[in-house]
Design a protein around this ligand. Structure first.
Ligand SMILES: Nc1ncnc2c1ncn2[C@@H]1O[C@H](COP(=O)(O)OP(=O)(O)OP(=O)(O)O)[C@@H](O)[C@H]1O
Length: 264
C-alpha cells in the first residue's frame, strides 16, 4: 500500500497564462481524511483538478497512489480516484438512478449493460446517501441539497479507494452536512478509503480531518496533522480574521470561534 495517496512536487498551474498554483509541493497521507482549506481563489480546486489529471500542470511532478499521474490510463485512474467537482453538470432529464449509474462508467464495457455488481454498487450509494426514495425523480426536480447528495452518491458508486470531493457540503443543511462527513469518516475507518475534501467550514475540518492543507494565494501556507495546522495564528494570517481556538467539554477537538476582521 502506498504511503501517500498523492504527492506533488513543484507543481505550477495556470489559466490562460494567469498563475493559479505557484510551485506547490505536498505529500498527502493515504488512508486518511485530508481537508483543503483556504480563502476563495487560493488554489484548492485547481490543486484537486491537477491531482485528478483534469487540468494540465505547467511544471512539476504528480504521483497518485505511488505512481506518476502520466503512467495511469484514464480508465485505471478513474478506478483509482473518484472526483466530485464544485459545479458538476448533467442533462436535467436524467433520473437520480441514471446519474448514479454514470458513476460506474470506469467499470463497464463500452456496449455492455449494467452488471449485477453495477446495480449493487448504485443501490448501496443511494442508500448511504439517503437517496433511495428519490431514485426515480428527475434531477431537475431536486432541491439543491438533494441534488448535491445525488452527485455524492454518483461519486461513491464509482467504488474508488481514493475520493476527491470539492465542497461536498455545498447546499446541505447543517444536519445533512454532519451526516455526510460522518459517512465519509465511516468509509475511511471501515473501508480504508482515502478522501481529500475541500471545506470552507473550518470547524468541520477541525472535527473530521486527519490532515489539513491551508492554501493561500496559490501557495501552501501549511500542511500537516489538523491541530498542528489549524492554529489561531495560521487561521488569522491566512484568512485575515481574528479567532480563538477553544476546547469544548465533551468534544475531542476544540472549536474555532471568529468574530471577523475586528479586534474584540
Ligand atoms: N476556469 C478558470 N478560468 C480562469 N481562471 C480560473 C478558472 N478557475 C479558477 N481560476 C482562477 O484560478 C485561481 C485559483 O482558483 P481555484 O478555483 O483553484 O480556487 P479555490 O481556492 O478553489 O477557490 P473557491 O474557494 O472560491 O472555490 C483563482 O485566481 C481563480 O480566479
Amino acid at each position: 500500500m502506498p504511503e501517500f495517496m498523492a504527492s506533488l512536487s513543484g507543481v505550477t498551474a495556470a489559466y490562460d497564462g494567469t498563475p493559479a498554483l505557484g510551485g506547490i509541493s505536498l505529500d498527502l497521507p493515504d488512508n486518511r481524511i485530508v481537508a483543503f482549506c483556504g480563502p476563495n481563489g487560493s488554489g484548492k480546486s485547481t490543486a484537486l483538478r491537477v491531482m485528478r489529471g483534469l487540468h494540465k500542470v505547467e511544471s512539476g511532478e504528480i504521483a497518485v497512489a505511488g505512481r506518476a499521474l502520466a503512467d495511469w490510463s484514464p480508465k485505471e485512474l478513474a478506478r483509482q480516484v473518484a472526483m466530485l467537482s464544485q459545479s458538476p453538470q448533467a442533462p436535467s432529464d436524467l433520473t437520480v438512478e441514471d446519474l448514479v449509474m454514470m458513476g460506474r462508467f470506469a467499470h463497464r464495457g463500452r456496449f455492455s449493460g449494467p452488471s449485477a455488481e453495477d446495480v449493487a454498487a448504485c443501490g448501496t450509494a443511494l442508500r448511504i446517501t439517503e437517496m433511495t426514495e428519490l431514485k426515480h425523480r428527475s434531477i431537475a426536480q431536486l432541491s439543491g441539497g438533494q441534488l448535491q447528495r445525488a452527485w455524492v452518491a454518483m461519486t461513491l458508486a464509482q467504488n474508488a479507494p481514493r475520493i476527491f470531493l470539492d465542497e461536498p457540503t455545498n447546499h446541505l443543511d447543517v444536519a445533512h452536512a454532519f451526516e455526510l462527513l460522518d459517512l465519509i469518516r465511516h468509509l475511511n475507518r471501515a473501508e480504508n478509503r482515502s478522501f481529500v475534501i475541500v471545506l470552507h467550514d473550518l470547524n468541520m475540518a477541525m472535527r473530521y480531518a486527519d490532515h489539513v492543507v491551508l492554501f493561500k494565494q496559490g501557495e501552501v501556507a501549511a500542511s500537516g496533522p489538523t491541530q498542528d495546522v489549524l492554529t489561531e495564528d495560521a487561521v488569522s494570517s491566512v484568512f485575515g480574521i481574528s479567532c480563538r481556538i477553544l476546547p469544548l467539554e465533551g468534544l475531542e477537538r476544540p472549536v474555532i470561534v471568529s468574530w471577523g476582521k475586528n479586534k474584540a
